[in-house]
Design a binder for this molecule. Structure first.
Ligand code: SF4
Length: 232
């Protein structure tokens, strides 16, 4: 099967070696190697949004507030078509107050770019807003305490599609305990707002298990194709 320019770029940006013919190299060089498909980008100031951000910054609803440096509210376009949801802040996110910074963040940026999306065009958030000690999985009580913040973020952004990164994000969004291997690459629904959800591996896991990047690429294609087929 012939590999398209976009398919090649998925693999290349995810760090997967791809054999290409000289002709294909020439084609990539001509196009700059990047598919320029984009989605809408916009930001709209909103007092409710500011209030929610302030509420999170001052939150003491669960014990995680004791150990945090900063809350990590989220970042990106408040009117994004795509919402990316991860698990919890790590050490660098806790220091900077931004989601998905560091190596995992760089890989996420590459994954989005491979899909033809600039990072600032999506909205990125986590299931919980404060870093768990030693990056352990968030406890069920902590997720429950933080849940309404993410629900309000999703309701405000109203994305057309959600990409859930990793088991914790997927299971909590979909309210299931199914292993991620059986969730990834399919279309589910965020039941509260009937928003399609596609699950893939967390970039931090992909850094530890680079062989799984091909599966992540398949998942991203599922998500991209699903988005392309959504009614206008
Ligand atoms: S994790 Fe969520 S619920 Fe817990 S203190 Fe932080 S913002 Fe509040």
């Amino acid at each position: 099967m012939t590999m398209t320019v976009r398919q090649h770029e998925y693999l290349k940006l995810l760090g997967i070696d791809v054999w290409v013919s000289r002709d294909r190299d020439a084609l990539l060089a001509e196009t700059g190697g990047v598919d320029t498909t984009t989605v809408g980008m916009n930001t709209v100031p909103d007092s409710d949004w500011t209030g929610l951000r302030e509420q999170v910054a001052a939150c003491t609803n669960c014990p995680l507030h004791h150990g945090r440096t900063m809350t990590v509210f989220g970042s990106g376009s408040e009117t994004a078509d795509w919402m990316v949801i991860g698990e919890a802040p790590g050490a660098e996110e806790d220091r900077q107050g931004e989601p998905f910074v560091g190596r995992a963040g760089q890989l996420l940026t590459s994954m989005l770019k491979a899909m033809g999306i600039q990072r600032q065009q999506v909205y990125i958030a986590n299931i919980i807003k404060c870093r768990p000690p030693a990056n352990r999985d968030p406890a069920a009580e902590e997720v429950a305490a933080c849940e309404s913040y993410l629900q309000q973020q999703i309701a405000h952004v109203r994305p057309r599609i959600i990409l859930a990164l990793g088991r914790v994000a997927a299971q909590n969004l979909l309210k299931v305990d199914t292993p991620i291997g059986r969730l990834r690459g399919q279309c589910f629904e965020y039941a509260e707002l009937q928003i399609p959800v596609v699950v893939t591996y967390h970039p931090a896991y992909l850094l530890r298990s680079p062989k799984e990047k091909r599966k992540a690429w398949d998942d991203l294609q599922v998500a991209t194709n699903l988005y392309a087929g959504l009614p206008a």
